[in-house]
Design a protein. Sequence first.
Length: 634
Amino acid sequence: MKYLLLSLLVISSFTVTAQADLYVQPNPSGSGSDSYVYVNDVELYVENDVNLQKNANGSSTEASIYLRNNGQLIQGDDSAMNQGNGLLSVYRNVDSTSAYHYKFYNMPVGITSGSGNSNAGVSRFYDCNGCGDTETAATTIGTTPGRNGTLSPSTTLSTRWIYVKDPSPDNDNEANWRRINNNDVVSPFQGFIMKGVSTNPSGNTGTSADLVENFTFDLRGRPNTGSLSISMDPGDVRVVSGNPYPSALDLAAFFNDSNNDIITAIRFWDEPRDDEFSHFYADKSGGWGSWTPTGGGQGTYVPPTFDNYSASGFGTGSNGTGLLYNRRYAPIGQGFEIVTNGNLGTLTFSNSHRVFQREGTSSIFKRPEQTTNRESIKNQSAQSDISSTWAEELDQRSPHIRLNVVMHESYARQLVLGLDDRTTDGFDRGWDAPSPMDAKSGEAYFLIGDDSNRKPHVIQFLPFSKEKLIPIGFKLTQQTKFFVETVEEVKMYNKKAYIFDSEENTYQEFTNGKSATYNLPAGTYDDRFYVVFKSNKESLTHAKEVQGRAEENVEFFQNNRLGVLEVSNPEGYDINEALVFDISGKLVFEKANIGKEKNFSFPTSNLSDGVYLVKLKTADNIYISYKTSVYNKN
């Protein structure tokens, strides 16, 4: 007889003791039955620790807890340690797998030696029998040191492609990755990458025939719980981690925890699934998508760029970006990369970050149905299965524009520009996201920071001002034709946005179905282009108004006795440069980056007697002119 608990009924082996809140032990030897807890589409909450003793009466009911059909285990006390040699079993379905494509994982369970949280590895992957919601049987998945994992005659994973990424600098250098092979050495807080399995038992074909759709792993071991920490040394910016628990993880709660104030973004890896069937790195075009909580709700996610992406690739047509996911709730088994500011600190996972969240519109491990990126965005709020909570959170989003910068008509870097009075023009943690800068043939980004230390970002939120110039940069490795287009507008209320080319003094709108198109030589363009919310005509009118006020407010005094020209700037206009020309038009003096100084001066004692033209240029490209007569007394 088997005790199958379809809705968490209590049986004789399910007891509360002084040592554990949940204790599951086998029935007496020889009784011919095993004991286990079956959790079907509900939350099993345990305040303290769990003690599981392995079943031995039947191989098909070896585990002590079965989480099925979105069933999840949540624990309360961070200090409690789980114990025993028993197993928790939870399914992890992947949308597609092959021997060539990586997935990022973080194990919710570990090995069963000792007590407390424990390491894991490929030994925690089991092959489920039928993988149905009521199935309990499974066998350990086989491994091979060869290059290719296979589906038949039995599921076999390649240990050649299992890597962890320890805390490291801000790059994807091979030296930052550590191969773990067949060893159970992955810490509970540590994510890892692993390639999957293909169909051909005698050798993979390197074509879409090798793709296996909707494959399910059974992850088995002692469940992780409590506080888990990652130490980041100065200079360590990135680490691969993930959801370490057998329940969903609220990334907003994790990000906003005061213990985690060095986090700047969460990144997710994505890559084409029915293309690029190769083990050579040069043939791969995956990339990192970036997520930040942005003040609440589901947060903001920008999908990755797939460089060298073919039009036959999965789900994105010719625009070469990954799909738009709702990323706030990381499901069981989800691996991701944590990006920090590079300071010394500790990243901490806690049971307080755990939530019961069914996989669906808000908690996604699998890819959505195949569709274009543009369609995914436009249809996001119209999904038939969308939850009322998610719909309310959509309504609470800050105004923003989601735009694509499409390079060579083959791939796109997606950016989000948001407007919120709770933010500043500088970097705002939790709102802005640094760019991964991982597109090989050309990049686009917003520039945030002081002129001497500006950094590229894929998400920027700032207060709205119609007079604001928002720097947008482009880094091109070759002559490149690209265009900027809007793919989503939220609460923009008919605001028009333009790309302003300060060198050519041109404006191109990229909202309302229009696009801004450029064809530029190779180079880095960080001081030329800006996003603005006013047209050329509006800008000229505003410039004249500002120039008029500036000429009235800025005062000049030629102090011939001291040999200096004194300037009074009581309104604090941001002066980029000062230029002095003689009567023939020759530049005789220049000074850059004066800033918002209220009073400044520059020497004239070295100039010949005569009339000179002074021009001050502001950060808004406004010129303030003044004629002065220099007379140097002997």
